[in-house]
Design a binder for this molecule. Structure first.
Ligand SMILES: *Cc1c(COP(=O)(O)O)cnc(C)c1O
Length: 399
């Protein structure tokens, strides 16, 4: 089987070698079609995808209600500039606000962009002498220069300096360290309530509560990067709802439009006006296609009861993987919150990912030794069993 362009996987790899900048490590497979939690390559192989779209395809590949909504929107209004009003963008903001804290949205196109907006907002909202932002080791906030500076992982900084001034790093979940760093020049704390790229590390609720109190005392903004953990992923609409701690600013992207590019920064009504006209913008932000897809994603999650399903499927993963942990000595720890699933190994994970690929299962490895799954919310229980069985085979092979 070939695609419309008729290229095989090998031919596609050749094309990339010649014309595409090699800034990613890519598997030599040409993916051409997806449906639910399956994808197909140009040779007709079918894969079970437990990491669909790097966590963006939260509703599986090509979910029908979203496909239909976008098809209709493409034929109606593709793009209009943000110098006009668009009812879809307003309605989308309302729907996000009604499901989180009562506030207002700025729309953009990627997680890094949403975090850039948050960083600028923090500096604009607080007094002029406040400019420092505290972030956490093992965190990930994107690749633009300020976002990558906020990302306290040295491997992402190599050769890029000088980085953006004013970022300070604390060990994850170390409240005392944050207290030690915070001073009269600190304007914000930026944290992932669940570190994704950092290896599915769930923040203790007491740590986030402590940050909330510290930020209130010192006049700093508490900003949650929920680009990966937000929007249904944890079985709640937003990750912060698992912890009983509400941030002042929240960033969203990845799954926000069910696989269409779209991102948002939400903040309270009090803080929002600090992002005043002329100080920030995104040409494609909140465009009608993204807005329509974002609305369709919310409606689908609610009409199909997918928050409940995400919790059920997450519990099933925890059960299955914990029983593997007893059997397979390579597993050091299993960490699950809803559909954020991490399996920390005592050995490198790359051969395990390869072993799964060979068996037609797509997964991810982060931090060298953490197997990461970000499955679709409408995954079926049998697919959990199938995926865990294949993963067990690949782990046993690596033992
Ligand atoms: C992926 C990710 C980002 C960056 O998002 P992009 O859309 O790639 O810019 C930022 N923060 C977190 C927590 C992420 O997982």
């Amino acid at each position: 089987m070939t695609t419309a362009s008729g290229l095989s996987s090998a031919e596609t790899v050749d094309l990339f070698k010649r014309y595409v900048i090699p800034n990613y490590n890519r598997y030599p497979v040409n993916l051409v079609r997806g449906e639910g939690s399956h994808v197909w390559d140009s040779e007709g192989n079918r894969y079970l995808d437990l990491f669909p779209g790097w966590g963006c395809n939260l509703l599986g590949h090509c979910p029908q209600p979203l496909v239909e909504a976008v098809q209709e929107q493409v034929a109606t209004l593709i793009h209009a500039p943000n110098t006009w009003h668009m009812d879809l963008q307003g309605r989308w903001a309302q729907m996000l606000s009604e499901r989180s804290f009562d506030g207002q949205a700025f729309f953009c196109n990627s997680g890094a962009e949403a975090n850039e907006a948050a960083i600028k907002l923090a500096r604009l909202h607080t007094p002029k002498e406040k400019y420092k932002i505290i972030t956490f080791e093992g965190g990930f906030h994107g690749r633009t220069l300020a976002a990558v500076t906020a990302t306290a992982q040295p491997k992402y900084h190599e050769g890029l300096g000088p980085l953006v001034a004013g970022f300070q790093y604390a060990p994850f979940a170390d409240l005392e360290a944050v207290k030690g760093l915070a001073d009269d020049e600190t304007c914000a704390v930026l944290v992932e309530p669940v570190q994704g790229e950092g290896g599915i590390r769930v923040a203790p609720a007491a740590f986030l509560q402590g940050l909330r109190e510290l930020c209130d005392e010192r006049g700093m903004l508490l900003m949650f990067d929920e680009v990966q953990a937000g929007f249904g992923r944890t079985g709640e609409w937003f990750a912060y709802q698992n912890f009983g701690v509400t941030p002042d600013v929240m960033t969203l992207a990845k799954a926000l439009c069910g696989g269409i590019a779209g991102a948002a920064m939400l903040t309270t009504r009090e803080i929002a006006p600090s992002l005043r006209p002329g100080m920030h913008a995104a040409t494609f932000g909140g465009n009608p296609i993204a807005a329509r897809a974002g609305i369709a994603a919310i409606e689908m999650i609610e009409s199909e009861g997918l928050l409940e399903n995400a919790r059920r499927i997450g519990d099933l993963f925890r059960e299955r993987l914990s029983s593997l942990e007893e059997r397979i000595s390579l597993i050091r720890e299993v960490r699950v919150l809803g559909l954020m699933v991490g399996v920390e190994l005592t050995v490198p994970g790359a051969p395990v990912v390869e072993g799964c690929l060979k068996r037609k299962l797509l997964i991810n490895c982060t931090q060298g030794n953490v197997i990461r799954l970000l499955p679709a919310m409408n995954l079926a229980p049998e697919q959990v069993d199938e995926g865990c069985e294949i993963l067990a085979q690949a782990l046993e092979e690596a033992t």
